[in-house]
Write a protein that binds this ligand. Structure first.
Ligand code: PEP
Ligand code: MG
Length: 320
C-alpha cells in the first residue's frame, strides 16, 4: 500500500508553469499553529461561529479581537479570512430565540440572520475584525460574508462594516479596513458572480452548501447523499460561472472539495486561485499543485464542462 503521508511544504507553491496558488486552512477553533505546521499559507476560512456556540453568552468584542489577532500573528506573511457569524441551518445558537423553521437550510441562516435578528452581535463582530486588522506584525485580514444571495445583502453588509469602522474612528480606537469577500454558496450568488465580484476583492466558493443548493439535496440527509456530490457537472458549471466573473477579484474554494488532490488540477483549470481546506489535507494538495500544468488543466476543465453526467466526470478524472 502506498504511503499516504506527505511532508508539509512550508513555502507558497506554484503550478509547474509558474502560476502561484495559495493553499490555506479551514479552522473552527483556535488551532492556528497546527494549520501553520501543515504548511498553510494562511487561513482561508475561519469559521467564527465556533466562538459563539456552546456558551451562554456571545464572546465580547475584546475576546473576538484577540482571537482574530492571534490568527493573524500566526501568519505574519499570509492572509486570514474571517467569515462572519454563520448560524441557522445546521448550527443553532443557545442564546438565539427565533421560531423553528420548516426548512432551516432555506430559511434564516448566514448573512440573513446577521443583518436582522443578530445585528448587534454582527456589529460587535465587525468592530472586532476592524480592530484586529490593525494588529502589528500580523498578515492581511479579510472579512467574508456567508450565504449571500443578493447584491443588496452584500451592500448592506458592506454598509455595516463601514459604520463599524466610522464608529471606531470617532471613538479614537485604532483600526484598519479589512479586504472584503463573498462566499459563493447559493446558486443565486453563482449566477450573479459578475455583479458580486465587481464589488469585492475576492469570492470564495463554499462547495458544501453550493452543492446542497444546486442539487437540492440536504447536506445532512443520508438518503440523498449520492446527490450531494460536488463533482456533478451542474456544480462544476456553477464553479465555472463564478470564476468567469470578469472582474479583478480572485476566486478560492473553501468547501471540502478543495482538500481532494484528485481534483486539484480540475479546479486550477476552472480558474481557481486559492484552495482552503482542513489542515491535514494541505501537504498533499500543495504537492499536487506543483505538478499541475496550466494548459493540461484548462483542457481537462473544458472537457469536464462538456460532461453531461457524474460518471463522465469520473472517467475524465481517472484519465480515460
Ligand atoms: C461550505 O458551505 O462549503 C463552507 C465552506 O461553509 P460551511 O461548511 O461552514 O457551511
Ligand atoms: Mg457553508
Amino acid at each position: 500500500e502506498r504511503d499516504r503521508r506527505v511532508e508539509p511544504i512550508a513555502e507558497p507553491v506554484e503550478t509547474a508553469d509558474g502560476r502561484p496558488i495559495e493553499v490555506a486552512a479551514n479552522v473552527g477553533g483556535d488551532d492556528f499553529a497546527a494549520a501553520a505546521t501543515q504548511g498553510a499559507d494562511g487561513i482561508g476560512l475561519f469559521r467564527t461561529e465556533f466562538l459563539f456556540l456552546d456558551r451562554e453568552e456571545p464572546p465580547t468584542e475584546d475576546e473576538q479581537c484577540e482571537a482574530y489577532a492571534d490568527a493573524l500573528e500566526t501568519f505574519p506573511d499570509g492572509r486570514v479570512i474571517v467569515r462572519t457569524i454563520d448560524v441557522g441551518g445546521d448550527k443553532p445558537l443557545p442564546y438565539r430565540e427565533g421560531a423553528s423553521e420548516r426548512n432551516p437550510f432555506l430559511g434564516a441562516r448566514g448573512i440573513r440572520v446577521a443583518l436582522e435578528e443578530l445585528s448587534d452581535l454582527f456589529e460587535t463582530q465587525l468592530r472586532a475584525i476592524c480592530r484586529a486588522a490593525a494588529t502589528e506584525g500580523g498578515g492581511e485580514l479579510a472579512v467574508m460574508f456567508p450565504m449571500i444571495a443578493t447584491v443588496e445583502e452584500l451592500e448592506e453588509a458592506q454598509a455595516r462594516l463601514e459604520a463599524a469602522a466610522s464608529a471606531l474612528a470617532e471613538e479614537g480606537i485604532e483600526y484598519e479596513r479589512p479586504t472584503i469577500g463573498v462566499m459563493i454558496e447559493t446558486p443565486s450568488a453563482a449566477f450573479i458572480a459578475d455583479e458580486l465580484a465587481a464589488r469585492v476583492d475576492f469570492l470564495s466558493i463554499g462547495t458544501n452548501d453550493l452543492t446542497q443548493y444546486v442539487m437540492a439535496a440536504d447536506r445532512e440527509n443520508e438518503r440523498v447523499a449520492d446527490l450531494q456530490d460536488p463533482l456533478h457537472p451542474a456544480v462544476l458549471r456553477a464553479i465555472d460561472r463564478t470564476t468567469s466573473h470578469g472582474s479583478d477579484a480572485w476566486v478560492g474554494v473553501c468547501g471540502e472539495l478543495a482538500g481532494d488532490p484528485a481534483v486539484t488540477e480540475l479546479l486550477m483549470g476552472l480558474g481557481v486561485d486559492e484552495l482552503s481546506t482542513s489542515p491535514i489535507a494541505i501537504p498533499a494538495v500543495k504537492r499536487r499543485v506543483r505538478e499541475v500544468e496550466a494548459s493540461a488543466a484548462r483542457a481537462l476543465a473544458d472537457r469536464a464542462l462538456e460532461a453531461g453526467t457524474r460518471d463522465a466526470v469520473a472517467r475524465l478524472l481517472d484519465g480515460e
